[in-house]
Ligand binder design. Structure first.
Ligand code: ADP
Length: 415
């Protein structure tokens, strides 16, 4: 390949505009140069380079060119600043230009290459704009995040406040609910008690009252002296029924007194063995046919500081129940045992016992076990017993198998 051909190809086919300047005047240019600046090929030769510079920059350009002519070197023009070129039609465009001093055929010239960097500048500008826009977006985003974070913090604070408020409200509601439940429970208990009382009263009052009424009517009929024994029989029936009613009323009154806290406890040293044996001999007179009360004392004499009236009432109630709820020909056993700290009185019978399902209610007011409804009773005795035992700071327990009997146990502390 010949060198001249290579140079020709470079000159004609490269994208840069190439032009040769001598003394500030263009003496040669390739076609691309003409296209760049909008000149016809025949218009270019003889153009002053300043004619390709926007008029406001021309003065300075002349000065720069003269400086370059004094010390020409190969260099990129306008490093660090934007260069603008002027087209024939008066429009301007950004360029990059490189200058190379040369000597052609003994003449000092400058070979210059120029390229249009409009597209690059636009891309750069777009990039810069996008970058600025991105920065603005980022700042805006940051501001919004901050704003939202603050809003969120406010919401959280509000929620916390609401939560505290709600928690307090829930606590109050739960408390109110519990109180309502308690009240309802009490109401139910009261209703239950009322109906038990009504059934007890209608049963326990009606029988003795009708007996009294019929006996009184019969007495009126037995007017002659030969019927005195019949009158006496009815008078004693009236007496015993009145005393039954009186004892029911007395039970009510004692309960009322205990519940009102009016029961005074009077502690004295009591010989328990003597108290129990006396009581048993009294109660032996009211047993059923062939019923016996066995009195078992182990551990010798026992003296206890207690309220003898209350203790007597407790044991009387338990032994009376044992008599009432067991058959004729049965044995009731009252035992006294003791150790260093406690005294234990047990009353055991061989009677009807207490159904398992009823056992948990046994000490409740007016409660009567289901197997005992045919026998007279108020359902108050055991309630009174438990309250007395509580007052004496003792304990009461029982065990029973329905149909086999029952065993009640009262434990009192020695101190
Ligand atoms: P009452 O004997 O007047 O009905 P209590 O309060 O003394 O009342 O007794 C409550 C219930 O306990 C009785 O109705 C009875 O069902 C049951 N009960 C008490 N003692 C005995 C016992 N020794 N054997 C069987 N049941 C008993």
């Amino acid at each position: 390949m010949q060198n001249s051909n290579v140079y020709r190809e470079i000159y004609y086919s490269c994208v840069e505009g190439i032009f040769i300047v001598k003394g500030g005047v263009i003496i040669k240019a390739n076609p691309q140069f003409g296209e760049l600046f909008g000149y016809e090929a025949n218009e270019i030769i003889g153009l002053k380079v300043e004619e390709l510079v926007p008029s406001n920059l021309r003065g300075n350009h002349v000065h720069l060119r003269e400086e370059y002519t004094r010390a020409p070197v190969s260099k990129q023009m306008g490093v660090g600043r934007d260069l603008l070129a002027l087209r024939k039609d008066g429009s301007t465009f950004p360029i990059e230009i490189s200058l190379n001093p040369a000597n052609i055929d003994g003449e000092d010239v400058v070979i210059a290459q120029v390229i249009d960097i409009t597209v690059r500048k636009k891309v750069e500008l777009d990039l810069k704009n996008s970058e600025e826009q991105l920065i603005r977006y980022a700042a805006e985003l940051e501001r919004r995040v901050e704003e939202r974070t603050k809003e969120l913090a406010d919401v959280v604070t509000d929620l916390k406040k609401t939560n505290i408020h709600l928690e307090a409200e829930i606590r109050e509601r739960v408390k109110a609910e519990e109180e309502a439940k308690k009240a309802l429970h009490k109401e139910k208990e009261l209703n239950e008690m009322k109906s038990r009382f009504v059934s007890m009263a209608s049963h326990e009052f009606r029988t003795p009252l009708s007996t009294i009424l019929s006996s009184a009517a019969l007495i009126a009929k037995y007017a002659t002296t030969d019927t005195q024994d019949k009158r006496d029989k009815h008078i004693s029936r009236i007496k015993s029924n009145v005393s039954e009613l009186t004892s029911i009323l007395n039970e009510f009154l004692s309960l009322e007194k205990i519940d009102a806290g009016k029961m005074r406890i009077e502690l004295i040293a009591v010989e328990i063995n003597a108290l129990l044996s006396g009581l048993i001999s009294d109660l032996s007179t009211v047993t059923k046919v062939n019923q016996t009360i066995d009195w078992v004392e182990t551990g010798g004499e026992c003296i206890l500081k207690t309220d003898p009236q209350m203790l007597r009432q407790v044991v009387t109630n338990l032994v009376s129940n044992a008599i009432k709820y067991s058959e004729e020909d049965s044995i009731i056993r009252v035992a006294l045992t003791q150790d260093d700290t406690t005294v234990c009185i047990t009353v055991t019978d061989q009677g009807m016992g207490i159904p398992l399902n009823d056992q948990k209610h046994l000490f409740e007011k007016f409660f009567r076990a289901h197997n005992s409804h045919h026998i007279q009773g108020t359902g108050l005795g055991l309630n009174i017993v438990r309250k007395y035992v509580d007052l004496l700071e003792g304990e009461i327990a029982f065990e029973s198998v329905e149909g086999e009997g029952a065993k009640f146990e009262v434990i009192l502390k020695k101190n």
